[in-house]
Design a protein around this ligand. Structure first.
Ligand code: HEM
Length: 438
């Protein structure tokens, strides 16, 4: 059974290291935190598949499940194969100019905001406009113009609203049925948003097809997929899912990176020294970002502490059950693993906690550090957007600190504001991160 806590994504911090390697957190659910057990759960071929939480939270039936929520391993493998080239490192590098353009627009937007608002900009807002415009271009071949207008599109607002509301819809479906007939404004807005999203996705793909016929369409991630490999309804759904999976995840992580670096002057000066030494003109590209070891260490450390999806990833114990951390876990039990706890395990990471932002630890990581590092999940279900996310974060960080080397956390943003809110994906509680740019 899926618990309301699972649906709302609130069940992730309970598995503290002190609580033990395996903890029963509901009648049919255990959380595991021991490295060997976590590795077993995510090992390719281990038989631990995604639980029923995924189709419920995404609102997708088995017949129309997308890449993220597909539970059937064979169907998932077929869909994943279609995505693997466009999302590969080389595939993402083909979008380099567009990525750089959107990063530059975000930096310019922050500058304009700061010029208007006493030198201070909300970087979370601009990184979110950036990631939205990037993924809309990749998924739909459309520009949502969030960066140009400094406003989220109606589509993005609906999408993010429905992501939070999907937990509610799954738990209380009758409320959403009633909402069609009863004048309860918040529920009617939600139903309207779900419907608008479906219509928008289908219209966008239909429009794309017309342009394709006339030879005037922009390339998308789906452009080179074999004819008929995936129908237009499924493309619309996948594109929509990519916007959910690829927007806030990256913008929140990049925001925490800027905040953490701006809060640690020694880290900032080392990062700036490396960037200034190795980046000599604005023609730098994605490949150059991989030649900056200190930047890469800063990104790793940010993902360790502030990766955007650190909570439980629910899987089902396979036929016959399994022994995990010396405990027999019967078949069908929900088993969750949590990057949050693993990334703070003092047996693996020295001084693991939040105050200790130490990129240097990644210069010579132990095998255990590498094995325990799972901000993007693991096994066959590891995040498909990892290269896109890492390039956006790297390009964003370089461009930001070159433009604003004196960046500091503004007094409007306190440590409390940057505590996590958690709905499966985390965000700063205040949903803002004000940085003084000069
Ligand atoms: C810093 C940014 C990101 C983080 C921390 C992150 C994290 C994750 C995690 C932890 C998972 C595994 C979920 C599970 O097993 O339940 C995942 C899966 C996934 N992510 Fe990401 N993600 C990020 C960026 C992106 C981007 C940019 C995209 C696409 C545009 C994306 C698309 C996906 C998809 C489609 C899956 C499902 C893959 C599958 O099941 O085959 N993610 N992500």
């Amino acid at each position: 059974m899926v618990s309301p806590f699972q649906l709302l994504g609130w069940h992730w911090l309970t598995n503290d290291v002190a609580a033990g390697p395996i903890v029963r957190i509901s009648p049919n659910e255990v959380a595991v935190n021991e490295l060997a057990s976590v590795k077993e759960v995510h090992r390719i071929g281990s038989g631990f598949g995604k639980s029923e939480w995924y189709p419920i939270i995404s609102g997708e039936s088995p017949a129309n499940a997308g890449l993220f929520s597909q539970r059937d391993p064979k169907k998932h493998a077929i869909r994943r194969k279609l995505f693997s080239q466009p999302f590969s490192k080389a595939g993402i590098q083909e979008w380099e100019e567009m990525l750089k353009d959107r990063v530059n627009m975000a930096i310019a937007g922050m500058g304009k905001m700061a010029a208007r608002d006493g030198g201070v900009a909300d970087v979370l807002e601009w990184w979110t406009f950036m990631t939205t415009d990037v993924i809309a271009e990749l998924g739909f071949g459309e520009n949502f113009h969030a960066l140009e207008t400094g406003q989220p599109s109606q589509y993005t607002k609906d999408l993010l609203k429905t992501f939070i509301l999907s937990g509610l819809r799954a738990d209380f479906p009758f409320l959403f049925i009633l909402a069609k007939y009863l004048p309860i404004p918040p529920l009617q807005h939600a139903v309207g948003a779900f419907r608008r999203l479906e219509i928008y996705g289908e219209q966008a793909i239909a429009k794309y097809r017309v342009m394709e016929k006339n030879g005037g369409c922009r390339k998308t991630l789906f452009t080179n997929m074999a004819e008929g490999a995936i129908d237009d309804k499924a493309i619309a759904r996948e594109a929509q899912n990519l916007i959910i999976a690829g927007t806030d995840t990256t913008s929140v992580t990049l925001t925490y990176l800027v905040w953490a670096v701006a809060s640690h002057p020694n880290v900032k000066s080392k990062l700036l020294e490396e960037i200034r030494q190795k980046i000599h003109s604005d023609t730098f590209g994605t490949a150059d970002t991989e030649e900056l070891p200190y930047l890469q260490a800063v990104i790793q450390e940010t993902l360790r502490l502030y990766g955007a999806a650190p909570g439980g990833l629910p899987r089902l114990a396979p036929a016959g059950g399994r022994v995990l951390s010396e405990v027999f876990v019967p078949e069908g039990t929900v088993v969750t693993t949590h990057a949050y706890s693993l990334h703070r395990d003092a047996n693996i990471y020295a001084d693991p906690h939040r105050q200790v932002f130490k990129p240097e630890r990644w210069f010579s990581p132990t095998q255990a550090m590498k094995d325990a590092f799972m901000p993007f999940g693991g096994g066959t279900r590891v995040c498909i957007g990892v290269h896109l996310a890492k390039f956006e974060i790297a390009l964003g960080a370089i461009t930001f600190f070159l433009a604003y080397p004196n960046a500091q956390v503004a007094p409007q943003t306190t440590a409390g504001d940057m505590e996590f809110e958690n709905f499966f994906l985390i965000a700063p509680k205040s949903h803002k991160c004000f940085i003084k740019l000069d």
